[in-house]
Design a protein around this ligand. Structure first.
Ligand code: ATP
Ligand code: MG
Length: 429
């Protein structure tokens, strides 16, 4: 006997019990972003490998060890996208959406792929909702991104559980000067660094700042601070952002070690973190990447964005018991018909109801069955009301409306009054 084939480790099915919460989250975000005038873009999940190497950076965890890269049948090296920013930049450039300096406020949602060690909140296929703004150079849009995520946390009821961490990485010149100072400091302590950090000292020393190794972290306490190397322009930008967050009463903590795992960030970087999910505590992360478009062959284009992890937000909403109660019910009305003539009438009646009551969630019994078995299915569906249509009801052009929750009495309602009756009942429920 052959073994059943299972899903790939770290790649999850989202089952019907979970999809209502996913849709609620996705719809909440889509509605919010509509309200700020952001427009959705959809990119392919596969790109040329070089796109990610050139944008994310060769010496990053993602490119060094997390990408799903394979040869296409014609020999091209392709990669399942590990994130959305690079694809989005490619797309807007390819379609001439930013090259003339046009402002763009875009968002996307979809699966991302990274070969990481699967654990709670960390998967190999996961989903991000990302936002990218192009051709805005001021701190006002950096602030807007944070303000709108803050609003989202309010809508989702998770505001109290998240904290904003903020840092400025300065301009690339600022970072070059800082890098020199940091390398000098760490070179003198080379033997005390962990292996990864020793390697990064020559390739990508700033990444050492977010090493998870406690000994390395201890060593960094007295290291030079990036904040002391910011140019006047970077300082003013950062001050402008902080002033706007203060004006919006959004609390934040400054985290000088926040450097982000991708090379393309500069100036503003931020993360929304929670202590409710264990080690995988970052639910949303982003920052400014003014250099990336040019790095990918385009004109210099200021840009800023963020991505949030859908799985982690779902986990957080569940952990905090913030799943809206109305998500538990997916069916309003269950129509049970008995006998061939009633079944035929049910087709017509149900379609009339759908016309008359927009948004009605009506399940029509399939597969016939006895009175008892159909009502059992009606109850199991979670519906609030069962409609009963038998031979007698058919002859009188009525239906029995049986409340399935609570102990209200069954009523008999004429067909032409049914839609108004149901709409009223559901409005009360
Ligand atoms: P982490 O430090 O947790 O690895 P990251 O810095 O690699 O995160 P980003 O590339 O900034 O993450 O992605 C943005 C968000 O996407 C993260 O804050 C997180 O919520 C989510 N995310 C990233 N990687 C994963 C993953 N493997 N599984 C689930 N969610 C993820
Ligand atoms: Mg990561």
């Amino acid at each position: 006997m052959s073994k059943n084939i299972q899903a790939i480790r770290g790649m999850n099915d989202i089952l019907p019990e979970q999809t209502p919460l996913w849709r609620y989250l996705e719809d909440s975000v889509a509605g919010l972003l509509d309200g700020y005038g952001y427009r959705q873009i959809r990119m392919p999940v596969v790109e040329f490998t070089d796109l990610f190497k050139r944008s994310i950076g060769e010496v990053t965890d993602i490119v060094e060890k997390e990408m799903y890269t394979f040869a296409d049948r014609n020999g091209d090296s392709l990669t399942l996208r590990p994130e959305g920013t690079a694809s989005c930049v490619r797309a807007v450039q390819e379609h001439g959406l930013i090259g003339g300096g046009q402002p763009q406020k875009l968002w996307y949602i979809g699966p991302m792929f990274r070969h990481e060690r699967p654990q709670k909140g960390r998967y190999r296929q996961f989903h991000q909702i990302g936002v990218e703004l192009f051709n805005f150079d001021g701190p006002d849009v950096d602030a807007e991104l944070i303000v709108l995520t803050w609003r989202l946390w309010g809508i989702l009821g998770i505001r109290d559980a998240v904290q904003l961490e903020l840092n400025s990485l300065g301009s690339s010149d600022d970072r070059a000067r800082y890098r020199e100072a940091l390398v000098e400091y760490l070179s003198a302590r080379f033997e005390q660094l962990d292996e990864d950090s020793q390697r990064r000292l020559s390739s990508n020393p700033l990444r050492i700042l977010d090493s998870k190794n406690p000994d390395t972290q201890a060593l960094l306490v007295d290291a030079p601070k990036l904040a002391d190397y910011l140019s006047e322009e970077s300082r003013v930008h950062f001050a402008g952002l902080k002033a706007r967050l203060d004006a919006a009463h959004i609390p934040y903590v400054l985290n000088p070690k926040l450097v982000r795992g991708l090379d393309y960030y500069g100036k503003t970087v931020f993360e929304w973190t929670t202590d409710k999910l264990g080690a995988q505590g970052t639910v949303c992360a982003g920052g400014r990447y003014d250099g990336l478009v040019e790095q990918l062959g385009g004109k210099p284009t200021p840009a800023v964005g963020f991505a949030m992890g859908v799985e982690r937000l779902v986990l957080l909403i569940e952990t905090l018991n913030k799943v809206p109660a109305e998500l538990a019910r997916q069916v309003d009305v269950y129509l049970a018909a008995f006998g061939e003539a009633a079944e035929l009438a049910a087709v017509q009646l149900s379609e009339q109801l759908r016309d008359a009551v927009p948004g009605l969630r009506l399940v029509v019994n399939a597969g016939a069955g006895s009175f008892k078995s159909q009502l059992k299915k009606a109850d199991k569906s979670g519906a609030l009301f069962a409609l009963i249509l038998g031979e007698d009801e058919l002859n009188r052009q009525v239906v029995g409306v049986k409340p399935l929750r609570g102990d209200a009495e069954q009523q008999t309602v004429a067909w032409d009054a049914l839609s108004a009756h149901l709409a009223a009942c559901l409005a009360q429920a």
